[in-house]
Design a protein around this ligand. Structure first.
Ligand code: IVH
Length: 671
C-alpha cells in the first residue's frame, strides 16, 4: 500500500472512531471514553488533515464550522410540506380527537399512539444523501424555508454522516432544534456579565442562534436537536410503525428524545401526559405539551391530512406558564424565620392552570435588578408547582410617577428593626421573640430539647396552642393551666397535667440554655455556652457592646451585631422580663466557669454510644475545660472519643492517625 493510501486509511479510521464516540456521547448519552481521549483523537485527525489537505472531506468531524459568514440565506423547498399540529387543551378535547379517529377508521378498538414530548424549539429538516448530510432547512411557511446547512453542521449531536446499515439512499429527517435549559442559563449569564441583551426564553435563543449568518457564532451556542419524523425517504426497509421508524433513526446515529413511549387509548395518553407534567420541571429541556401520533403507518395513511396538519396526530398543550398582568402594589411579608420577602400583589390572572394574584419577588436585590414598580405591567410565570414569580416588566408599561421600591426600616408585622448584612440578599426582622410572624418558630425552638427542654411540647402542639389562641409568645407558655388546654384536640386531662408539670420543671434551667432558647440569629448551643461562661450573668450579656462580645471565642463581628441588635429591641426585652417574672431561674455559673481550662485549644469529636454519660454531658464537660467539640473528623481534630458501635468517624480518625480515647480514658481526662 502506498504511504498516501495508508494515511487515507488512518484518516478514515480516526473519523469513524470520532463519529462513533460522538454518537455514544450525544445520542446515547453513554460516553465510552473520557473527553481528553476524544480531544486527542480529534487533534490527531486535525494534524493529519493539515499535512494532507486534499484528503479533507465535508463529512469530517473537523469540518463542522465553515470559514465564511453568508451574505444571506438561500431558500430550500420542502418537497413534502412540513406540517404543523392541531392542539387540544384538556381531556374532553383529547377524547373528541380519539372519537373522530375511531369514526373515520370505522373501528372501536383502542388506538395505539406514539407519545412524545412536544419540544419547544424550532422545526428543522435534514437531508441525507447516501448517508451524508447535504442540506438543512428551517420549516419556514411549511413549503419553503431557509437554508441553514452550515449552522446545523455546528451542532455536534447531528451526524454529518449516518452510522450503521440499510440507510436509505435519500433520507429526509425532521425534528426540533432547541437550547437545553442549562445552556440557556449560561448564555444569559454571560450576556448579563457583559451588560448585553439577554434572550427571553430558550426557544428564542435557539431561533436567534440558528439564524446567524456567521456559523462561528452558532457554533458557540449550546444547541441540540431531537428528531421526531421523516419526510422524503427513498430506499430502505418498509416500516409498519412510527415508533419503529424512530428506533431506526436512532440506530443511524440521529439524536432522539429518550422520553418517548407507546401508549394505548385515551387513558394511556392521559397517564403519559400526567407523568410528563410531573417530570417537566426536571427535564433538561423545555417542553410545552405532548404529541400523540397514531403509531401504525398504515392507519396514518388511511387518515391523511387536513389543510396544514395531519389527522393522525395532535398536540396536547400544557397550560400557558407565562401571562401578563398588572402590579397593584408591592408589599413585604415576614416569613417564619423573620426573612422579609417583597411580594407583588397582582391583578388576578390565569396562568399555569390556576388563578394567581400574588407573585414573589424573592428579595431586594431581585426587586432592584428587575426594577418592578407599582402599576407596571409584568410577565408572571408559574411553572408546575413552583411559586409564581415576576419574570420581568413589560417595557414601556411604566406610569411616569411610579416610585422605586424601598425596603422598609421596620418590620410590617411587629415594628422591630429590619436588619440586612452587607453582601446578604435577605433582610430580616430582628424581633424574633415577639414578632407574630415568627412566633410559632420561636416557641418551637424555645421548647426544644437543647433549649428549655419542655417535655411533650413538640412542634404539632405548639401549632395547636398558637392556632387555638392559647398562647401568642413564649412567655405565655408559663401562664398556661391544665384547664386552659384540656379541651384541645388529642389532649385530655392527663396530658394537660403532664405538660403543665413539664413547664414547671423547665423553669429550672441554665444560663446557656436560656440564651440559646431566645433564638438569637447565629447563636447556637456552643456560642450560647461560651457567652454564658464568659459573661456569667444575663445582665452582663445584655449590656455587652459589640467590642466586648467579640472578645468571646467564636464570636465575630456578625454574631456580635446580631446579639446587640436582639437586646436592643424593646419587645424582646419585654418578653425576657416576663419569662423571668414567671419564675425561670438558673444556677450560678461559677461551677462551669471556674473549671481549669486544661483542654484549651484542643478539638474533640465524640462518636458512638457512651455508657456512663450521655454524649451531650460529655460534650459539656469537655467544653467546660476549654475544649472545642465538633461534629466531623478532620486534620484539625486532636482526639476522637469512641463509644460503642462507632462507625465511619472512628475509621476516619484511624486513617488520619488521630488519637482515640475510649470512655474510660475520657473520664480519666476529665478528672
Ligand atoms: S410532529 C406531521 N412531534 O410542534 C407532524 N412536532 O405545533 C409534524 N414539535 O412544527 C410535527 N415536538 O416544530 C412533532 N415530538 C414532536 C414535536 C413537534 C415539537 C413542533 C414542531 C411542529 C410544531 C407543531
Amino acid at each position: 500500500m502506498s504511504d498516501k493510501n495508508k494515511i487515507s486509511e488512518d484518516i478514515t479510521h480516526l473519523r469513524d472512531q470520532l463519529n462513533h464516540h460522538s454518537y455514544q456521547y450525544y445520542v446515547l448519552d453513554d460516553p465510552e471514553i473520557p473527553d481528553v481521549q476524544y480531544d486527542r483523537l480529534y487533534r490527531e485527525l486535525q494534524s493529519l488533515e493539515a499535512q494532507y489537505p486534499d484528503l479533507i472531506t465535508n463529512d469530517s468531524p473537523t469540518q463542522r464550522v465553515g470559514d465564511k459568514p453568508l451574505d444571506g440565506f438561500s431558500q430550500v423547498k420542502h418537497e413534502i410540506p412540513m406540517l404543523s399540529l392541531d392542539n387540544v387543551f384538556n381531556e374532553e378535547e383529547l377524547s373528541d380527537f380519539n372519537k373522530r379517529l375511531q369514526q373515520r377508521l370505522d373501528n372501536d378498538d383502542e388506538i395505539i399512539f406514539a407519545a412524545e414530548p412536544k419540544l419547544d424549539g424550532l422545526a428543522v429538516s435534514l437531508l441525507y444523501e447516501k448517508g451524508l448530510l447535504v442540506r438543512a432547512g428551517t420549516r419556514g411557511d411549511g413549503s419553503t424555508g431557509e437554508n441553514i446547512t452550515q449552522n446545523i453542521r455546528t451542532i455536534h449531536s447531528i451526524p454529518l454522516k449516518l452510522l450503521g446499515k440499510n440507510i436509505p439512499d435519500v433520507l429526509e429527517v425532521r425534528g426540533e432544534v432547541f437550547m437545553p435549559k442549562a445552556g440557556f442559563e449560561k448564555l444569559n449569564q454571560i450576556a448579563r456579565d457583559n451588560d448585553e441583551k439577554q434572550f427571553v426564553n430558550p426557544r428564542n435563543a435557539a431561533a436567534g442562534s440558528l439564524r446567524q449568518l456567521d456559523p462561528k457564532i452558532t457554533a458557540k451556542r449550546p444547541l441540540a436537536m431531537y428528531c421526531y419524523a421523516v419526510g422524503r425517504v427513498d430506499g430502505g426497509a418498509e416500516l409498519s410503525t412510527h415508533s419503529e421508524m424512530l428506533d431506526h433513526l436512532k440506530q443511524w446515529g440521529l439524536p432522539l428524545c429518550n422520553e418517548r413511549e407507546v401508549v394505548k387509548g385515551v387513558q394511556g395518553c392521559l397517564n403519559y401526559f400526567k407523568k410528563m407534567s410531573a417530570l417537566r420541571g426536571s427535564l433538561p429541556y423545555e417542553i410545552d405539551g405532548i404529541v400523540y401520533k397514531v403509531n401504525s403507518i398504515k392507519l396514518q395513511k388511511e387518515l391523511g391530512f387536513v389543510a396544514k396538519a395531519p389527522r393522525w396526530a395532535i398536540a396536547h398543550k400544557f397550560p400557558a406558564q407565562e401571562e401578563i398582568t398588572r402590579v397593584n402594589s408591592i408589599e413585604f411579608q415576614v416569613g417564619r424565620t423573620g426573612a422579609i420577602t417583597p411580594v407583588a400583589r397582582l391583578e388576578p390572572v390565569f396562568v399555569g392552570g390556576v388563578t394567581v394574584s400574588n407573585a414573589t419577588l424573592h428579595n431586594m436585590d431581585e426587586v432592584n435588578r428587575k426594577d418592578v414598580r407599582q402599576g407596571d405591567q409584568v410577565i408572571i410565570r408559574r411553572a408546575g408547582d413552583v411559586i409564581p414569580e415576576v419574570v420581568r416588566v413589560v417595557p414601556g408599561s411604566r406610569k411616569h410617577h411610579a416610585k422605586k421600591v424601598q425596603l422598609p426600616d421596620s418590620c410590617p408585622v411587629c415594628g422591630s428593626e429590619i436588619e440586612q448584612e452587607e453582601g446578604e440578599a435577605i433582610a430580616r426582622c430582628s424581633g424574633g421573640l415577639f414578632c407574630a410572624a415568627q412566633r410559632k418558630e420561636s416557641i418551637k425552638h424555645f421548647a426544644s430539647r437543647k433549649a428549655m427542654d419542655i417535655d411533650g411540647l413538640g412542634d404539632k402542639l405548639v401549632e395547636q396552642l398558637v392556632d387555638g389562641g392559647c398562647i401568642d409568645h413564649v412567655n405565655d407558655l408559663y401562664d398556661l393551666t391544665a384547664e386552659k388546654i384540656v379541651d384541645l384536640e388529642r389532649m385530655g386531662k392527663k396530658s394537660a397535667e403532664n405538660l403543665i408539670e413539664a413547664l414547671q420543671k423547665s423553669k429550672h434551667t441554665s444560663l446557656n440554655r436560656f440564651i440559646y432558647a431566645l433564638g438569637i440569629r447565629e447563636v447556637g448551643e456552643a456560642t450560647a455556652l461560651t457567652l454564658a461562661n464568659h459573661f456569667t450573668t444575663l445582665d452582663a450579656i445584655k449590656a455587652a457592646d459589640e467590642e466586648s462580645l467579640q472578645k468571646v471565642e467564636d464570636v465575630g463581628p456578625i454574631v456580635a451585631a446580631h446579639i446587640v441588635r436582639f437586646f436592643k429591641q424593646p419587645h424582646n426585652l419585654e418578653v425576657i422580663e416576663k419569662l423571668l417574672n414567671s419564675g425561670i431561674y438558673w444556677d450560678e455559673i461559677e461551677a462551669v466557669a471556674t473549671k481549669e481550662q486544661t483542654l484549651e485549644g484542643k478539638t474533640f469529636v465524640i462518636t458512638g454510644t457512651l455508657t456512663e454519660m450521655t454524649r451531650d454531658d460529655a460534650k459539656k464537660a469537655l467544653q467546660a475545660r476549654g475544649a472545642k467539640v465538633t461534629g466531623s473528623v478532620s486534620k484539625k481534630t486532636n482526639y476522637v472519643v469512641v463509644g460503642d458501635n462507632a462507625g465511619s468517624k472512628a475509621m476516619k480518625a484511624e486513617q488520619l492517625g488521630i488519637e482515640m480515647l475510649d470512655e474510660k480514658a475520657l473520664i480519666e481526662l476529665l478528672k
